[in-house]
Design a protein around this ligand. Structure first.
Ligand SMILES: C/C=C/C(=O)SCCNC(=O)CCNC(=O)[C@H](O)C(C)(C)COP(=O)(O)OP(=O)(O)OC[C@H]1O[C@@H](n2cnc3c(N)ncnc32)[C@H](O)[C@@H]1OP(=O)(O)O
Ligand SMILES: NC(=O)C1=CN([C@@H]2O[C@H](COP(=O)(O)OP(=O)(O)OC[C@H]3O[C@@H](n4cnc5c(N)ncnc54)[C@H](OP(=O)(O)O)[C@@H]3O)[C@@H](O)[C@H]2O)C=CC1
Length: 447
């Protein structure tokens, strides 16, 4: 039995759940990995010079043992998230430390502590096997998976599953991720695959869409409301392309920051009107490595006021971090909110606290999404209210190049990866709904 037989079953129109359950599992499969004995390979290099193409490997790996409450999924497509860039350059930490720590939790989690890390935090595919205690899913189900892995043995996480002390991001802080032909997930990560999307389109939104939903819309984030001015950094990037859609769909006013004409055009085509090209307008929030330039914060704020008819920002959707955070705090209105989920340009932030406390602003830390938020975010995709922002699609063996593109900010929206799917465009089950949304689905393609 090989993965080819699994693919044949998925592509045959008439394979039933019983047929899938009867398919023997292969002994091994192809997976994207980083290697524990290479974590020092980039020592001494600047972050931008660390090249994911050198650290990312395509290996043949054994199929992991299936535990209670888990599922093995045949992965048709996945996507590149920035967390896989961090893993591949071993910053800010090697992810093998996470696997070692997870391995100590129980007999079962020991499986994750291996000398290779199978990465990837998105998938669209077909359930192959479910472990004891899984009743809601069965072999043959077409699914996507969100990346929240929790144990839920502590009451800390019982109101908001992101607060579980054993909260991890699957494929980043756990092993057996989605950039592979087969993945191991907890069955609570599974959600129905939106029928109007192909495999690679369905695999694109998961992580970033759920994150943007909590950060901007949910009561655990900024609780965006109609009319809010929302400053969105990287508005055509992974997170930003969903934040922009949420702002527009929710009746808010996105102020989109991008770095090129082409990206400005994408934001315009999504329906945004207020757009700032940070490159063309040449903002330099830092005079040197240690010193910010409040005059530049003010120039940026004035530009925002020009675009909003004199209003300041209600909510900042932050993720660039050190480079922009001082400006983000400054341009927020009295009582406004800065929500942050990342620090791509550096995690030691500096801002002038007088503008925070005197103007009663709030900073909210946000990370991925709880079970329910991830489900709600996927539901919006399934209903065609929010659309995938897939631009380019790579083969599994070219994942290193895909991660390089994201690391160097050469990409648009989301970058997809075909795992078992032999070509793009497969897996669509609802052609009628697809036809209704085809322009929006293709908005980011091949630009
Ligand atoms: C969905 C996608 C998401 C993304 O893309 S996010 C971007 C990518 N992710 C990242 O860049 C994050 C990577 N992770 C990290 O950098 C680290 O992961 C953290 C900095 C978040 C945490 O580091 P750690 O080493 O786990 O935490 P510690 O708190 O520095 O060390 C743990 C030890 O410190 C003790 N400790 C914790 N809090 C306190 C306290 N308040 N007072 C005293 N000690 C404390 C603990 O108990 C434990 O101890 P003991 O090592 O002995 O077990
Ligand atoms: N905590 C969480 O749950 C999550 C955290 N993340 C983290 O968020 C970050 C962004 O992820 P994602 O959106 O997928 O990545 P992308 O690279 O797809 O998009 C980020 C965008 O930010 C803009 N940007 C990059 N650097 C700067 C800078 N120095 N100043 C201003 N803008 C900048 C770029 O847009 P442009 O050049 O057009 O301005 C870029 O397109 C990563 O660090 C990632 O790890 C991501 C998802 C979930």
């Amino acid at each position: 039995m090989t993965v080819k037989d699994i693919l044949d079953a998925i592509q045959s129109k008439d394979a039933t759940s019983t047929d899938f359950a009867a398919l023997p599992l292969p002994e091994s499969y192809r997976a994207i990995t980083v290697h524990k004995d290479e974590t020092e390979m980039f020592a001494g290099l600047e972050t931008r010079d660390k090249d994911p193409r050198k650290s990312i490997h395509l290996d043949e790996v054994p199929v992991p043992e299936l535990g209670p409450g888990e599922a093995l999924v045949a992965v048709m497509a996945s996507s590149v998230n920035y967390n896989s860039v961090w893993t591949s350059i071993f910053e800010p930490l090697s992810t093998f430390g996470f696997l070692e720590r997870y391995g100590k939790v129980s007999e079962l989690t020991k499986r994750h502590d291996l000398p290779y890390h199978i990465i990837g935090s998105d998938l669209a595919g077909v359930v192959l096997r479910t472990g004891p205690g899984v009743n809601a899913w069965k072999p043959g189900d077409e699914v996507v998976a969100h990346c929240l892995s929790v144990e839920l043995e502590s009451s800390d996480g019982h109101n908001d599953t992101m607060l579980d002390p054993e909260q991890r991001i699957w494929g980043f802080e756990t092993n057996f991720g989605g950039l592979a032909e087969i993945a191991l997930v907890k069955s609570n990560q599974l959600m129905p695959k939106p029928g109007h999307l192909s495999w690679e389109e369905a695999a694109a939104p998961g992580l970033v869409n759920s994150t943007a939903y909590r950060q901007l819309v949910s009561r655990n984030g900024a609780q965006m409301k109609q009319g809010d001015n929302v400053l969105i950094w990287g508005a055509s990037g992974g997170l930003g392309s969903y934040a922009t859609q949420f702002a527009l769909a929710g009746g808010a006013n996105p102020i989109c920051v991008v770095s090129s004409d082409q990206k400005a055009d994408i934001c315009r085509s999504m329906g945004a009107e207020a757009i700032i090209d940070r490159n063309a307008e040449g903002y330099k929030f830092w005079k040197d490595e240690q010193t910010q330039d409040p005059k530049e914060w003010k120039r940026f704020g004035k530009r925002i006021r020009e675009l909003t008819g004199g209003e300041d920002i209600d909510i900042v959707f932050e993720h660039p971090g050190r480079e922009t955070f001082g400006a983000s705090v400054y341009v927020t209105r009295k009582g406004g909110t800065i929500t942050t989920c990342a620090s791509t340009s550096g995690y030691m932030h500096e801002y002038d606290n007088r503008y925070l406390w005197m103007s009663l602003k709030r900073i909210i830390g946000s990370h991925f999404a709880n079970y329910r938020e991830a489900w709600e975010a996927n539901r919006l995709i399934a209903k065609g209210k929010i659309h995938p922002t897939l631009s380019k699609v790579y083969s599994l063996q070219d994942t290193g190049q895909a991660a390089y593109d994201v690391h160097r900010n050469l990409h648009q929206g989301k970058v997809g990866v075909l795992c078992l799917a032999p070509e793009e465009g497969l897996g669509v089950r609802d052609e009628e709904m697809r036809a209704k949304h085809i322009d929006a689905i293709n908005r980011f393609r091949n630009i």
